[in-house]
Design a protein around this ligand. Structure first.
Ligand SMILES: NC(=O)c1ccc[n+]([C@@H]2O[C@H](COP(=O)([O-])OP(=O)(O)OC[C@H]3O[C@@H](n4cnc5c(N)ncnc54)[C@H](OP(=O)(O)O)[C@@H]3O)[C@@H](O)[C@H]2O)c1
Length: 293
């Protein structure tokens, strides 16, 4: 049986949908999810997926959640660094106690010890927990979600300037749905050739060229302006973000400025059989004016 954690989240739900699409029907007895609120996964239960309660803040829930599972797709949690580190360590320990055969962890492209990004520290900690657990595991290192760009650039289009503390750094961007497809493919593969997969696009672009592409696709004016981290944090807090999230995002873009999110390669295609959607395609999807016919 394969179990996906975090299946009420945007990535986890898409992973389950791709597992269903790629598995011979029926999935009953072969596919399960663990979520904090099983009531929100009634649609999955209706499709034959076994819905279990599991909360990484409450390790006592995880023995039942992970019982009888062979392959565990461990979706990283959200929230501040110390909370996430504890949650994800709890999940790894519970997986080891449950005797899970293989864990597929949704890690992050940047896990460097000297990275300014707190996301790097969180994912590095969980990767280390997996290495120390004795569990067989695969690290699926994710790039930035394309949807994150769509959100920030959508707002930036209103003023015509995309302000980010990303310097001249480039990033690889992939949609959640493409990432979910690759994660599902990994979880179903009879065997994998490697332990670490970087699920990047085939090109990385800096934000000046991304802004130019968005302007062209949308028919509106947009330029990129690199800003200082402190100014960016102040602007996000003014817009209502918590200080920790504003700081974490600023540090993430500091890591982008240092080239830490710019990896490209063919790992995605090795799992799925073709590359993810290109940056031009993603920008067209998110920013081209819709036909009103
Ligand atoms: N690569 C990127 O650009 C990027 C951007 C944002 C986030 N991320 C990471 O990718 C993950 C998935 O992204 P997403 O878009 O699906 O985020 P999301 O929709 O906000 O979902 C958050 C996820 O965290 C899980 N979670 C939170 N607290 C938990 C707990 N105590 N125990 C178990 N699970 C818990 C949720 O599980 P339930 O199903 O139980 O609600 C849910 O799956 C995020 O959590 C974050 O670690 C990556």
């Amino acid at each position: 049986m394969i179990l996906v954690t975090g299946a009420n989240g945007q990535l986890g739900r898409r992973i389950v949908q791709h597992l269903i699409a790629r598995s011979p029907a029926p999935v009953a007895g072969k596919l399960a999810v663990s979520v904090r609120d099983p009531g929100k996964a009634a649609d999955l239960a209706a499709r034959g997926v076994e819905v279990r309660h599991g909360n990484f803040d409450h390790p006592d829930t995880l023995a039942n959640a992970f019982a009888g599972v062979e392959r565990l797709v461990l979706v990283s949690t959200d929230g501040p660094r110390e909370q996430r580190i504890v949650q994800q360590r709890n999940a790894v320990s519970a997986a080891a106690r449950a005797g899970i055969q293989h864990v597929y962890y949704t890690s992050f492209l940047d896990v460097a010890a000297d990275s300014p990004s707190e996301f790097a520290a969180i994912h590095r900690d969980t990767e280390a927990a997996l290495a120390n657990s004795g569990l067989a595991h695969t690290l699926l290192r994710l790039p930035l979600y394309a949807e994150g760009l769509a959100m920030i650039a959508g707002l930036a289009l209103e003023g015509g300037v995309l302000y980010l503390p990303a310097g001249k750094g480039a990033a690889s961007l992939v949609s959640r749905d493409d990432l979910a497809q690759a994660i599902a493919a990994a979880a179903l593969a009879p065997r994998l050739d490697k332990q670490v997969y970087e699920l990047t696009g085939q090109v990385a672009a800096d934000y000046a060229s991304i802004a130019t592409k968005i302007a062209r696709a949308s028919g509106r004016s947009l330029v990129y302006k690199a800003v200082q981290e402190t100014d960016y944090i102040a602007a996000l807090v003014k817009h209502g973000l918590s200080i920790w999230l504003a700081t974490a995002l600023a540090k993430l873009f500091a890591a982008v400025a240092e080239g830490r999110m710019a990896a490209t390669g063919n790992d995605f295609a090795a799992l799925v059989g073709h590359p993810p959607k290109s940056l031009d395609c993603l920008i067209h999807e998110h920013f081209a004016p819709r036909n009103k016919a």
